[in-house]
Design a binder for this molecule. Structure first.
Ligand code: ZN
Length: 191
């Protein structure tokens, strides 16, 4: 059973490897990721956020499970063009209830593969463009607050520190494995 990991789980600092094979197991993973994303009211979720070191993320900009025609699965995505720049608010399911202003490209072109192995290309802006850039960062081990301006970051630093503290506490109590063990698990899961 997959679960969403919180910062500073090492999976969130992992540069994930391309997916080599699209099979039934991967389709099952994607299905579970959509369930988790909707359960926690997200509009995007990356494999790193469920502690899987894959270059994969899912998006539904509506966040509404009834609008499943808006679901997009990005496998081995590449952002090939970034144009313009715009600031907007972002949050993250791996850092619940923490929000900050992040500058992103206004327009992007993204290439990826879908679950049937078919390649596709989207030109995106507005919210879908922002979500894709946020999720793309996750598969490179980058958090949204890494891209915040110092003033904004300062405002949320205490909340980030609280998550750090909670995570270390749960490791000390033995509830969560130590970083070395978690990294070993991630290494094993790489294709
Ligand atoms: Zn996120």
């Amino acid at each position: 059973m997959l679960e969403i990991v919180h910062y500073p789980h090492p999976a969130l600092r992992w540069k994930s490897k391309p997916i080599q094979r699209i099979d039934a197991e991967l389709r099952k993973t994607v299905e579970e990721m959509f369930e988790l994303m909707y359960e926690f009211k997200g509009i995007g979720l990356a494999a790193n956020q469920v502690a899987l070191p894959y270059r994969l993320f899912i998006v539904n900009p509506t966040g509404d499970p009834d609008e499943n025609d808006q679901e997009i699965v990005f496998i081995n995505p590449e952002i090939s063009r970034r144009k313009g720049s715009i600031e907007g608010e972002e949050g993250c399911l791996s850092l619940p209830d923490v929000y900050g202003q992040v500058r992103r490209a206004n327009d992007i072109v993204v290439d990826a593969f879908d679950l049937s192995g078919q390649s596709f290309q989207y030109t995106l802006d507005d919210l879908p463009g922002r979500v894709v850039q946020h999720e793309y960062d996750h598969i490179d081990g980058v958090m949204f607050f890494d891209r915040m301006q110092p003033e904004g970051l300062e405002e949320i630093q205490t909340k980030i520190d609280d998550f750090e503290h909670l995570f270390r506490q749960s490791q000390q109590s033995g509830e969560t494995p130590a970083d070395d063990e978690l990294k070993k698990q991630l290494k094993t899961l790489e294709h």
